[in-house]
Design a protein around this ligand. Structure first.
Ligand SMILES: Cc1cc2nc3c(=O)[nH]c(=O)nc-3n(C[C@H](O)[C@H](O)[C@H](O)COP(=O)(O)OP(=O)(O)OC[C@H]3O[C@@H](n4cnc5c(N)ncnc54)[C@H](O)[C@@H]3O)c2cc1C
Length: 471
């Protein structure tokens, strides 16, 4: 059994397969020199820096369950209790997100009426939401169309768009409601409006977590004491020795009778099953001849790039400190950063007590041109922006720029149909599976959930063909 890609998708599929049937002989090919793909952690002196993801959601439960399966539960930490919540920049100020506003739904009314983020007209327009009829059809629409239609332009521009952009580094005029905010889209259909959905959920106690949150439900997230790399290391430890091949970019795959030929560095190897677990750009190439429809659909999935500028600064160099986990920046503020995350406020063990570790996100789908700048230029921009937003002065104690090119697949309107075509074609091809964060969710939890489903399907197929232990 070959698994192509040593990111979270490939690794978790491999670990799930091994757990389901330890007799399956696995070989995982990773093109790079290390495992983890976009997940990586670096310890630089006293600072622990997550290069990509820094926490995962416990919903769906796939990620937390997997951590328990791997025996990693003792290494998990919760976000710190103080300062939970995020802010939104408005006229150069960091304004708290209204209490109870989670992603795109206000679970409390009063904070929405008091927030300085919205004008009086914006608040009145928001209040109309209850009386706006839901759309009749089941067509996908963009996040911006949905929010404009239901809550008005101000709620979109000043609250939802920067929050959604912070997660997906996306253009909300293209971002698909059905595949990124499915729960909210369903609430509209089921209850007629988000206000009515919220009233029903309040009465049944379903919104208790959301009502106590701002921006994200931080209580539902977990991180690793030693950074997210602990998850990757934990998975790697669970795999059989010799099953991982680093620096082995796979060039092609092709069927040969009821076997598959995997070609890497000009060497052909034969396997009874291949799991492709690479991002769209690589998958397009690998699947081109064997799954042309899937490959063509994958070519339509755009991916955004981002740079994270990490600064460690002395707490005394911040003249306007804010007790928050981070902030997001609406486009209308005309700034050159997307979001900032105070890693040392969020988690313990990231920096010494009197230092602050900040990760600032730049680029994304809306400001890709910024990524043409040099690391020095990006760092200078971030220092300038943080100077204006939090009164940062002095020289940073550490500065790092981490670039992720084409790392964030964009779930645009129509994504669900595109993925159905991909899944259906792959399902028809015997001995081939495909899993990626470009399909059914970008977060760590949905990626692991997909891996689990793929592994179960593979084991069932192998059992059916009686090949389970033939490698
Ligand atoms: C900046 C950033 C921040 C994020 N923050 C969070 C967060 O806080 N919480 C959260 O839940 N999620 C977060 N995510 C999302 C999550 O981390 C990713 O969706 C997930 O890790 C993707 O895993 P993957 O294996 O699908 O892809 P990747 O990590 O891209 O891995 C794919 C692997 O395949 C390898 N590969 C490619 N081509 C070949 C080939 N031909 N042969 C062999 N190997 C190949 C690559 O080298 C790579 O290692 C974040 C993502 C990014 C980019």
């Amino acid at each position: 059994m070959a698994i192509i890609g040593g990111g979270l998708s490939g690794l978790s599929t491999a670990a799930k397969l091994h757990r389901l049937d330890p007799s399956i002989q696995l070989m995982l090919f990773e093109g790079g020199h290390r495992l983890g793909g976009v997940i990586h952690t670096e310890q630089v002196g006293k600072y622990l820096i997550d290069h990509g993801a820094d926490m995962f959601s416990m919903k769906p439960s796939a990620a937390i369950d997997f951590c328990c399966e791997l025996g990693l539960q003792d290494q998990l930490i919760e976000p710190k209790p103080a300062g939970r919540g995020a802010r939104i920049v408005r006229n150069g100020q960091l304004v708290p997100i209204p209490d109870g506003f989670v992603l795109m739904r206000a679970t409390q009314l009063w904070p929405m009426l008091c927030t300085p983020l919205l004008s009086l007209q914006g608040k009145l327009r928001f209040l109309l939401e209850r009386w706006i009829s839901p759309t009749k059809d089941d067509e996908d629409e963009s996040v911006s169309t949905f929010v404009q239609r239901r809550m008005g332009q101000e709620v979109l521009d000043r609250i939802v768009a920067p929050l959604a952009a912070g997660i997906y580094t996306a253009d909300v005029t293209k971002l698909s409601m059905q595949t990124t905010m499915q729960a909210i889209a369903s609430m509209e259909k089921k209850y007629g409006s988000l206000a009515r959905a919220t009233a029903v959920r309040r009465r049944s106690g379903e919104d208790s977590v959301e009502r106590g949150s701002t921006g994200a439900r931080y209580g539902q997230f977990r991180a690793f004491r030693g950074g997210m790399i602990e998850l990757i290391n934990g998975i790697a430890r669970a795999l059989p020795d010799e099953s991982i091949k680093l620096n082995c970019p796979v060039e092609s795959i092709r069927p040969n009778g009821n076997q598959w030929i995997v070609t890497e560095s000009g060497i052909d190897r034969e396997f009874d099953h291949v799991v492709v677990a690479v991002p769209p750009k690589s998958a397009i190439q690998l699947l081109e001849t064997t799954a042309p429809q899937a490959s063509a659909e994958l070519a339509k999935i755009e991916s955004a790039s981002t740079a994270i500028v990490v600064l460690a600064v002395s707490a005394s160099d911040i003249q306007s400190p804010v007790n928050t986990f981070g902030f997001v920046v609406p486009l209308s503020e005309k700034r050159r950063i997307l979001a900032g995350s105070f890693a040392s406020h969020k988690f313990s063990g990231r920096a010494p007590e009197d230092h602050v570790l900040i990760r600032v996100f730049m680029g994304g789908a809306m400001q890709p041109e910024l990524l043409d700048k040099s690391n020095e230029e990006l760092t200078a921009i971030v220092r300038e922006e943080l100077g204006e937003l939090i009164g940062l002065t002095g020289d940073p104690l550490l500065a790092r720029v981490i670039r992720w090119n084409d790392a964030m697949p964009q779930y645009h309107v129509g994504h669900r149909d595109r993925i159905r075509i991909i899944d259906e074609e792959i399902d028809r091809i015997s001995g081939l599976s495909f899993t990626s964060n470009a399909l059914h969710g970008v977060g760590i939890a949905p990626v692991i959930k997909q891996a689990d489903q793929v592994a179960r399907k593979v084991v069932a197929c192998l059992k059916e063909s009686g090949n389970a232990s033939n490698g």
